[in-house]
Design a protein around this ligand. Structure first.
Ligand SMILES: Nc1ncnc2c1ncn2[C@@H]1O[C@H](COP(=O)(O)OP(=O)(O)O)[C@@H](O)[C@H]1O
Ligand SMILES: [Mg+2]
Length: 174
């Protein structure tokens, strides 16, 4: 995907950009998306970490780096496999939506890391089992999932659980 095509998609009112605290994510189609950052070094850190975890099959597939302009600023990104993110499933299960990082009447982090998240994992073994599979695989590779909440992992096209957030605070190699 060329930078110009990403810029066009970002300008389109039909596109949804997922705003994280350090990075953003734009789904491109059912298979791929672009993860992007303000800062080139943050992009490079995330890219390198994802490439490394990909070799252990605990990360989405990683595509090429791309540089483009968004809201008048240069942004640095890379193409990544689009996964089914656990946070979407949690929100669907609890029939709620997140707006600007918070959902109505409920703390975002309660939904993705608190009681609502625990009950979701218990009641939905197709996710609960994948979560424990991911934890086991990470442990076997000596990876610590520091920012362990529903917005930071998902299921790839092979049906495998993977981390999707690779910023500095998300995980570490122990
Ligand atoms: N590969 C992906 N597939 C599907 N959704 C993703 C992917 N990467 C990120 N997202 C979505 O974008 C959100 C923000 O991305 P993330 O990398 O966690 O940013 P941050 O580091 O700022 O938390 C995620 O919570 C998730 O909803
Ligand atoms: Mg995140």
């Amino acid at each position: 995907m060329q930078a110009i095509e990403i810029e066009k998609l970002l300008d389109s009112p039909d596109s949804t950009v997922f705003q994280g605290t350090s990075g953003c994510y734009l789904p491109l189609d059912d298979d791929w998306g672009v993860k992007f950052f303000y800062c080139e070094s943050s992009r490079d850190y995330s890219y390198d970490q994802q490439r490394y975890y990909e070799t252990m099959r605990v990360a989405p597939l990683t595509g090429p780096k791309v540089k483009f302009t968004y809201q008048g600023e240069v942004h640095y990104g890379y193409i990544t496999e689009h996964c089914q993110c656990c946070d979407t499933a949690v929100m669907e299960y609890h029939h709620t939506e997140i707006e600007d990082g918070r959902c109505e009447g409920c703390d975002y982090f309660d939904l993705t890391a608190g009681d609502e998240y625990d009950s979701f994992l218990m009641d939905n073994p197709e996710w609960g089992d994948k979560y424990f599979e991911l934890k086991g695989r990470l442990e076997s590779h000596n990876i610590r999932f520091n920012d362990d909440h529903a917005g930071n992992w998902g299921i790839n096209h092979m049906g495998e659980p993977v981390i999707i957030d690779f910023d500095k605070s998300s995980s570490s190699r122990v």
